[in-house]
Design a protein around this ligand. Structure first.
Ligand code: PLP
Length: 408
């Protein structure tokens, strides 16, 4: 090989190296688990999929009709980067009415899903070297998005005895001089935990005192059970406004996961920075989806109530059955559509981790779950009850059978 060939080969291999921040990021475990289940199902295996992170309902008809109308009316061009004014206004109104605050459209930004809202917020807030406090179990994406900015996640355990609602005191103990933000996700994926008013308020006051930002993920805000209340940092009053950014989504509330519409609400300078960042990365969220989202926010809310009622029924079934399985405990999910049972007693030398156990359950009784390790808490599984009662019961029967064998 000549010198010039060698130089060319060296340069080619360097070109294939992935940049360090991305090399540290792993593929979403929930996506990976879903892919494995899909491969089995494609081979004709009757897999009960308790993995999905999305409602099993179709997008309500009036929302689809609004999208069709938007296409017919030619709303198919770029929109303002931060979203059509009508939708920004509708987001501001909905949250103002819900939380008793007076928000205006320029304190909102429309994004391509809730995930995108969170990433924009973290990009606008963080610098390399910053720390972000994240309660565990966490939604898989939080630590990875923080790492993508060059900042570092600092984990704080929530407790099963508190139904996984994080304590403000534990968050405070994890704060250092490098802390810049606290991620709070309520209702939580994967546990369904709803952080109570006392703790949301204490965490917000902590953020005000230490000049931090609460990055508040409320994607499941409309799925609450047994009178659980959704409390946001705004509950603390005016001072909270400059110390929090609310990130939400149409995905779960309106069964619109594929439409990719989310939003953030925060202080104007932050929203403007997010908008500048978004202008160079994705521009506006899909124009047609934005008009559909407007119909979702302003239109009939009955489909949301119907989905909530269906999830409430399935939650009773899932939690009740899990708690009757010997060796299994299950915290109360007060929101979202997940149960997070403790299956530590089912681990063994052949299946020492929740990842092994989830694979074992998929391979033997053909039930797809997501291992707790993916959410930073081994010894647990995440089960989604966003599936029909019939399939849910079939999946729980199979799990009971598999656990009975393991418990011996
Ligand atoms: N936040 C949480 C806690 C989630 O579980 C999800 C999706 O699973 C999202 C945000 C993002 O949702 P989307 O980007 O579909 O709006």
């Amino acid at each position: 090989m000549s010198d010039s060939d060698r130089t060319a080969a060296r340069e080619a291999s360097r070109a294939l190296e992935v940049a360090a921040p991305l090399a540290r990021v792993s593929k979403s475990a929930t996506v990976a688990a879903g892919e494995r289940a899909a491969r089995l199902a494609n081979r004709g295996v009757d897999v009960v999929d308790l993995g999905p992170g999305q409602p099993d309902f179709d997008t309500p008809e009036h929302i689809k009709e609004a999208a069709v109308q938007a296409i017919a009316e030619g709303h198919t061009k770029y929109t303002p980067v931060a979203g059509i004014p009508e939708l920004r206004d509708a987001v501001a109104r909905r949250i103002s009415e819900r939380d008793g605050v007076e928000l205006t459209a320029d304190e909102t930004i429309v994004t391509s899903g809730g995930k995108h809202a969170l990433y924009n917020a973290l990009r606008a807030l963080l610098e390399p070297g910053d720390e972000v406090v994240i309660p565990t179990p966490y939604w898989v994406t939080f630590p990875e998005q923080v790492r993508l900015t060059g900042a570092s996640p600092v984990f704080v355990d929530s407790r099963e005895e508190d139904d996984f609602a994080v304590r403000a005191a534990d968050i405070e103990a994890a704060c250092t001089d490098a802390t810049r933000a606290i991620v709070l996700n309520t209702p939580s994926n994967p546990t369904g935990a709803v952080v109570p008013r006392t703790e949301v308020e204490a965490i917000t006051r902590l953020a005000i005192e230490r000049d931090l930002t609460v990055v508040f993920d409320e994607c499941y805000a409309d799925y609450l059970y047994d009178g659980a209340e959704h409390v946001t940092p705004f509950a603390v009053g005016k001072e909270a406004r400059s110390h929090c950014v609310l990130c939400g989504s149409c995905s779960k509330t309106f069964a619109m996961t594929g439409w990719r519409v989310g939003y953030a609400v925060g202080p104007r300078p932050l929203v403007e920075a997010m908008s500048r960042f978004q202008s160079h990365v994705t521009s506006n969220a899909t124009s047609v989806s934005q008009w559909a989202a407007l119909a979702a926010l302003q239109g009939d809310q009955e489909p949301v109530r119907e989905m909530l009622a269906a999830f409430a029924e399935r939650r009773e079934i899932a939690v009740g059955r899990l708690r009757r399985m010997p060796g299994v405990t299950c915290a109360e999910p007060r929101g979202a559509f997940y149960a997070f049972p403790n299956v530590e007693s089912m681990l063994s030398d052949e299946a020492p981790t929740s990842v092994d156990l989830a694979m074992h359950l998929l391979d033997t009784v053909h039930v797809a779950t997501v291992p707790g390790a993916a959410f930073g808490r081994d010894g647990y599984l995440r089960l989604s009850f966003a599936t029909s009662v019939e399939r849910l019961e079939e999946g729980l029967n199979r799990l009971a059978e598999a656990f009975a064998v393991r418990a011996g």
